[in-house]
Design a protein around this ligand. Sequence first.
Ligand SMILES: *[C@@H]1O[C@H](CO)[C@@H](O)[C@H](O)[C@H]1NC(C)=O
Ligand SMILES: *[C@@H]1O[C@H](CO)[C@@H](O)[C@H](O)[C@H]1NC(C)=O
Ligand SMILES: *[C@@H]1O[C@H](CO)[C@@H](O)[C@H](O)[C@H]1NC(C)=O
Ligand SMILES: *[C@@H]1O[C@H](CO)[C@@H](O)[C@H](O)[C@H]1NC(C)=O
Length: 748
Amino acid sequence: MIISFRSYAFFSLIWFMMISHAYSKDDQKTYIIYMGGHPKGIDPTSLPSLHTAMAQKILGSNFKSEAILHSYKKSFNGFVMKLTEEEAERMAEMEDVVSVFPNKKNLLHTTRSWDFIGFPQQVKRTNIESDIIVGVLDSGIWPESQSFSDKGFGLPPNKWKGSCHNFTCDRKIIGAKYYNVEGSYDKDDIRSARDSNGHGSHVSSTIAGNVVESASLFGYASGSGRARGGLPSARIAVYKICWSSTGCSDADILAAFDDAIHDGVDFISISVGASDPFPFGYFEDAINIGSFHAMKRGILTSNSANNMGPDFSSMTNYSPWLLSVAAATIDRKFLTKVQLGNGITLEGVSINTFDLKNKMFPLIYGGDAPNTAAGYNRSLSRYCYKNSLNKHLVKGKIVLCESILLPTVIELLSGAVGMIHGAISPKDLPNTYAVPSTFLTLRNFKLVYSYLVSMRNNATATIFKSEEVRDSIAPYVASFSSRGPNPITPNILKPDLAAPGVNILAAWSPISPISEVKSDKRLVHYNIISGTSMACPHATAAAAYIKSFHSNWSPAMIKSALMTTAIPMSATLNPEAEFAYGAGLINPIKAANPGLVYDIDEADYVKFLCQEGIETEKLRILTKDHSSCKKVGKTESVYDLNLPSIALYTNVSSYFTRIFHRTVTNVGSATSTYKVKVMCPSLLEIQVKPDTLLFESKGQKKSFSVIIEGSISVAIASGSLIWDDGTFQVRSPIVVFTQSPVPPFIFL
Ligand SMILES: *[C@@H]1O[C@H](CO)[C@@H](O)[C@H](O)[C@H]1NC(C)=O
Ligand SMILES: *[C@@H]1O[C@H](CO)[C@@H](O)[C@H](O)[C@H]1NC(C)=O
Ligand SMILES: *[C@@H]1O[C@H](CO)[C@@H](O)[C@H](O)[C@H]1NC(C)=O
Ligand SMILES: *[C@@H]1O[C@H](CO)[C@@H](O)[C@H](O)[C@H]1NC(C)=O
């Protein structure tokens, strides 16, 4: 499973059942042994024998060569093997090991959206666009989709070293590999980069899909008449890491990073993340590790924030070298009305393409139809859990279910005509189901329930086809989008920014039904789905657009350009403010010309890691040089990491003074004078020294400090700092907060 909302929702319902499965200490599990950067002077092809030697040391005479499932050797060092917990602990003690962590399963987390954010098809473009290669780590791709036709494309850029395994590449899709380190496939899995799910094709076409006229989902989302990626001439390299049986495992993700970095991609887009918001260290997670090594080679990784919002600290992808993307709405939304036998009509959300032709059907409450034969009682069947409903009782009826339901569950409402469901939950979550369905607010849900009870066994209802309407208050961050603060380093703002992620039309796999339910016969080439998964590729494309003008910019410069030019969003619509939207909504055209940028290099991140408590010994393995935390000094580097944002966690009503140091690089006019403008929240004082920056040349750097003083009693106080030279406005969000992140986590 991948992060579109549906997969996540499925998981959230059953995850507690899954984790309750306890492991005994002697059970072997798959672990990743992470050993940092490449050892200098060692031939990478000799690493597997080093890994074998280490495994032999731990397992002794029990060692068999097939115990090592995979060796990482192209872009960093490490391997995958099955170990007991005790063996894993011993492995972690070995020399040259940074971390040992279980191979966790991650989840998968156009078009109108580009026009909505002011990025029209006729935007100014460079020839370099066709030299940009975006590595997409996802469920694969449907190569025959019109979105991926290579008509008119030249040869791939010379630097490309990638290849295609069991897949015919062309000039648009120039790389296609698949990874399944544990070798667990099920019958729906295709052993190539071909996409049997749809998610990967959707993401790839949002980034780099060709312009396809008259794409729509059964006429929905046909507003602009076409689907298009942000960078139609860019190349796509596909790395399939998600499988229907196993989800997207850390071991496979790392294997893909290992190759993608070596193959020569310019960007990595990964709409995947951990399945529960329990925080892990920066080097105990495949995406954090992989993106660290990508950053070292000048590759920016764009990653979905996750779909576990709106709770605070619900993000899973939060390392400072990642671009963490929240999902914003666009001005398109789908309403699906229900009408009850008493004439009342209520409005819900879903994407319902079925037409019941206004016919009324009997309405039954899930709690009144338990599948007792299978051991279910009414307190379970009210949620319409898998198998929990009695087929005979729901046949020919519309079922009223509590809580969010998933397409896969709906399939098992066998015989039911449709479903009405609701919970204390968002109104901005449109889903597609295998039967006519709509999702109501709790208030409306209760109205239907009281009507049903009042009618005894004689309640009726119908569900209408969805209406596509304009959402005049967009953009705002969808409630499902995961929120900050960063659970392990609260003084680093996360997410970084927001991009369109709701009701996105893009390419689909025509063998995957639109609801992803097998019995659903609706097969299409373009589908509308939502999730931070859909926001991430918008940000990837915007980042790649910047690179098409500035080929030598570092990942941090590109990220800075996106953040400082983002359109500020509204704390009235999203009370979690910066923790919902970061710097705001991406604005790619402006981002290509930001004036000033905040750059960060590997040495700066090393300082940051020292501040976070990494031991010198581990640091050396990671960087493969003589770095030492003593040498870099434990100054206030968390506050001084040169990010284009400022976050400060403080206690309620306690007075503080905190200095942040920043350096900007001039990428605008050669000579310019920038003056500072500060938007300061009440009760705080913010000083910027100096308050004017004079530049005499391009590339010139200037440093300044920001002193924030005062005390706050609210959860979040938002402000901003803007450098303005009359042409460029370079904006950084400032957020001071008392909202406690989840308890601190011990690094490594
Ligand atoms: C190659 O891919 C096809 C489908 O695209 C699949 O059916 C076949 O099993 C794959 N072959 C191997 C050797 O994995
Ligand atoms: C319903 O079944 C669940 C699980 O078997 C059980 O825990 C619960 O007590 C039952 N509830 C009732 C009202 O019987
Ligand atoms: C059920 O409703 C129908 C029409 O809505 C009505 O004709 C019938 O009398 C009702 N039956 C009962 C038992 O209320
Ligand atoms: C908040 O107060 C606690 C207890 O006095 C203290 O340990 C902690 O360091 C303070 N945190 C901050 C961010 O000032």
